[in-house]
Write a protein that binds this ligand. Structure first.
Ligand code: PDD
Length: 287
């Protein structure tokens, strides 16, 4: 079955869809994006992602292409037309189409593209049960990583380096040796006495929506939670390390730079938080 994409007002076959060579997303990465998980045909953490999208657009002074209600209709229609039950939805909004000039064009409507694809949850569960390996890399990104822009070249290069070393994620480290986040995830460590640590939000990391909805789960559990920066060395010496994102949900990290984390197998905290997060996301999906 050919997939269906929404492109600037029309539902079109993905293999025939296209955007202008003058789209500012293409020319300048002058665009923002969002990724939702889909459970039982419904958007997970719908509001959280829409709120972050609003914020990204506002920070970059890109116009809203339509109201939130209209956008939700289109998102759900893309899910329906692609018959997605378990999957993910990708949305991208650029500053629109205009002859190449760095400064903002005037009176140009933003471009909106939405696509969806199925996800094999059984394969994802097997991946989580095995855990992933990570590498570390210096965080060479810009100073506004809190905005979810499509300008992801440092992430692309670092994740490719991870792949070439047999790892599934890169953990970015700032100039002082502290972990910022993953190439496409937020990062957490669990101390040997059961404290979960994750870096507090600032301009250096993306405010993950999975993180936003996982923190109350941790808070309401037996674990203690500290939003506190930790170094790469602390992470390597931790009982557990895990990452979160709309795509990977909660994923245990079993090694960093060939250094085994804990027992070298996914830990009980990461696995139970994965289950609790998925339960909650499935229960609240679409609302
Ligand atoms: N990435 N940090 C970065 C750099 C990310 O790219 C992502 C998500 C996250 C986690 O955010 P959330 O929990 O809202 O998905 C953190 C998406 C999934 C991607 O680029 O595919």
């Amino acid at each position: 079955m050919s997939r269906i994409a929404y492109v600037n007002g029309a539902y079109v076959r993905s293999d025939e869809a296209g955007v202008s060579i003058n789209d500012r997303g293409y020319l300048f990465a002058d665009a923002v994006y969002e990724v939702w998980s889909v459970f039982d045909g419904r958007l997970a953490d719908a509001e959280g992602h829409l709120n972050r999208l609003d914020r990204s657009l506002k920070e970059l002074q890109i116009m809203q292409p339509m109201t939130r209600a209209a956008l939700l209709n289109v998102l759900n229609e893309v899910i329906r037309r692609n018959r997605i039950n378990e999957g993910m939805v990708y949305l991208q909004i650029s500053r629109g189409v205009a002859p190449r000039d760095h400064v903002f064009p005037s009176h140009t409507p933003p471009s909106l593209v939405i696509t969806a694809r199925p996800v094999d949850r059984d394969a994802a569960a097997r991946k989580a049960e095995a855990g992933i390996r990570a590498i570390s890399a210096p965080d060479i990104r810009w100073g506004r990583c809190d905005i979810k822009t499509v300008g992801l070249l440092p992430n692309v290069l670092a994740k490719q380096a991870a792949r070439e070393r047999g790892a599934g994620e890169v953990i970015f480290v700032d100039q002082d040796g502290y972990v910022t986040e993953g190439g496409s995830t937020n990062v957490y460590m669990v101390t040997r006495d059961g404290v979960v640590k994750t870096r507090p939000l600032n301009a250096n990391i993306l405010p993950g929506v999975t993180r936003l909805n996982l923190l109350p789960i941790i808070h309401n559990s037996d674990l203690s939670l500290r939003e506190e920066a930790f170094t790469l060395d602390e992470a390597k010496a931790a009982a557990e390390v895990f990452v979160t994102a709309a795509t990977s949900l909660v994923l245990p990290v079993v090694a960093i730079d060939d250094h085994r984390i804990g027992t070298g197998a996914p830990g009980p905290v990461a696995l139970s938080l994965r289950e609790a997060y998925i339960d909650q996301a499935r229960r609240t999906a679409g609302s």
